[in-house]
Design a protein around this ligand. Structure first.
Ligand SMILES: [Mg+2]
Length: 378
C-alpha cells in the first residue's frame, strides 16, 4: 500500500474591501480578509483548512510550521499536531500559534476524510445530529450610523428569513446599548432568542449594569462582557447579574480553556475550531466542557471552510445531558456582508428556515471553486 505524503502547504489570503465598513466595540472592519490553508499530497488528495484572526500573521506562522509537515503522512494528525505545537509552545500557549495550527489540523482532517471516503464527523466517532438550528450573527454598528435603528431592521430581516435566534453586537456605551437592545426586542417579538456580544468592550462595573438592565428583555446569553484575560472579572459578572455569561473564542487551546473553566467564568463555552487548535483540539475541549458541566456552543466566523469545519464540530457534540428532549447547541451563522464566504465553494452552505445541514461528503464535505478563490486571492 502506498504511504501518502504531504508535498506542499499553501496559504491563500482572501480579501474584499467593504463598501460599508462596520464596527465591533473596538475595531472597524474596512475589509473582509481571511486565510485558507491548502495541503497537497503525492496521491493528489488535497485538504482545506481555515485560521481565525489576522490573515497575514496566520499565513506567516503556517509557513514557519510547513517544514514539519513536508514528507510526512497527513494521516498522522495527532503526532503532527503535538510535534508542531511542541516546537512553538514556548511562545505560543495561546494566540496565533493555535490559530495557525487550527488551519493545518482542519486541512489534515479533510485529507483523512478523502483518503477514507468518509465525512470528518464519522472519522471522529460519529454524529449526534444531521442538521443544526442556527442563529443569525450580525448587528454590528455601521460606521457613522445609528446602531439601534440599523440593528432592529437587520434583525427583523433575519427573523423574516426564518431564524429563531439572533445575536447583536454591543459594547458601544451603556445607554446606547440598552436603547439598541430595547429596539431589537421590539422589532423581533418575544419568541425569538436574543443574544448580546460586547466583544469585551466593558469593564466589570459597566458589564454588570448592562446585564442587570438588559435582563428584562429576556437575553439568552451575554458574550464576552470583559477582556478574556480577566478571569476574576468574568466570575464577578457571572455572579452579579442574571444573564448567562458566554466566552471562549479567544481562550484557544485546552489549557487556557481549562483554566477559565476552573475559575467558574462562564456557563456557555464558545471555542472556535479555527482558533482553538483545530478539530483535534476541539475534541479535547468537548471533554473539558463535559467535566466542568458547561454548555458548549461553538463560535464560527470566516468563510464556508470555517462553517463546514464548525458543522462537523457541532455534529460530534454529545447531548448534554442525554435525554428524550435533546437540546442542540445553535450554530453561529454569520450574516454580515462577505461576498466570498459562499462563492469559494461549489455548493453554498445555506440555511433553511434557520436550519443548516451537516455536510455528508468526504472530509469537510465541500469542494473549492478555484475560479472564485482566484478572484479574491491577494
Ligand atoms: Mg463573539
Amino acid at each position: 500500500m502506498h504511504l501518502v505524503k504531504i508535498t506542499s502547504v499553501r496559504t491563500h489570503i482572501l480579501h474584499h474591501d467593504l463598501e460599508r465598513p462596520f464596527q465591533s466595540s473596538f475595531s472597524t472592519f474596512r475589509a473582509r480578509r481571511h486565510l485558507l490553508v491548502e495541503i497537497e499530497t503525492d496521491t493528489g488528495l488535497t485538504g482545506w483548512g481555515e485560521c481565525l484572526g489576522p490573515a497575514d500573521i496566520n499565513a506567516a506562522v503556517v509557513r514557519a510550521m510547513t517544514p514539519q509537515l513536508l514528507g510526512r503522512s497527513p494521516l498522522e494528525i495527532e503526532p503532527i499536531w503535538l510535534d508542531i505545537y511542541n516546537q512553538f509552545r514556548d511562545q505560543g500557549q495561546r494566540g496565533v500559534i493555535h490559530t495557525a495550527l487550527s488551519g493545518i489540523d482542519i486541512a489534515l482532517w479533510d485529507i483523512a476524510g478523502h483518503h477514507f471516503d468518509a465525512p470528518i464527523h464519522q472519522l471522529m466517532g460519529g454524529a449526534w445530529r444531521t442538521s443544526i438550528p442556527a442563529y443569525a450573527t450580525g448587528g454590528f454598528r455601521p460606521e457613522g450610523g445609528d446602531h439601534a435603528t440599523a440593528c432592529a431592521k437587520e434583525m427583523a430581516q433575519y427573523v423574516a428569513e426564518g431564524f429563531k435566534a439572533v445575536k447583536i453586537k454591543i459594547g458601544y456605551g451603556v445607554e446606547s446599548d440598552l436603547a439598541t437592545i430595547a429596539a431589537v426586542r421590539e422589532a423581533i417579538g418575544e419568541d425569538v432568542e436574543l443574544m448580546i456580544d460586547a466583544n469585551h468592550g466593558y469593564d466589570a462595573i459597566d458589564a454588570i449594569t448592562v446585564g442587570r438592565q438588559a435582563a428584562k428583555y429576556n437575553i439568552h446569553w451575554f458574550e464576552e462582557p470583559v477582556v478574556p484575560e480577566a478571569l476574576r472579572a468574568y466570575q464577578q459578572v457571572r455572579q452579579e447579574q442574571p444573564i448567562p455569561v458566554a466566552a471562549g473564542e479567544t481562550w484557544h487551546g485546552r489549557w487556557a480553556i481549562d483554566e477559565a473553566l476552573q475559575q467558574d467564568t462562564v456557563q456557555i463555552l464558545q471555542p472556535d475550531v479555527c482558533g482553538a487548535g483545530g478539530l483535534s483540539e476541539a475534541r479535547k475541549i468537548i471533554t473539558l466542557a463535559d467535566i466542568h458541566h458547561v454548555r458548549l456552543v461553538p463560535h464560527v466566523w470566516g468563510t464556508a471552510v470555517a462553517l463546514a469545519a464548525g458543522l462537523h464540530f457541532h455534529a460530534i457534540l454529545p447531548p448534554a445531558p442525554p435525554s428524550h428532549e435533546q437540546r442542540s447547541p445553535r450554530l453561529e451563522f454569520d450574516r454580515t456582508y462577505n461576498p466570498f464566504r459562499q462563492e469559494i465553494i461549489q455548493t453554498p452552505i445555506e440555511h433553511e428556515s434557520g436550519m443548516v445541514s451537516v455536510p455528508t461528503g468526504p472530509g469537510l464535505g465541500i469542494s473549492i471553486n478555484r475560479d472564485a478563490l482566484q478572484r479574491y486571492c491577494v
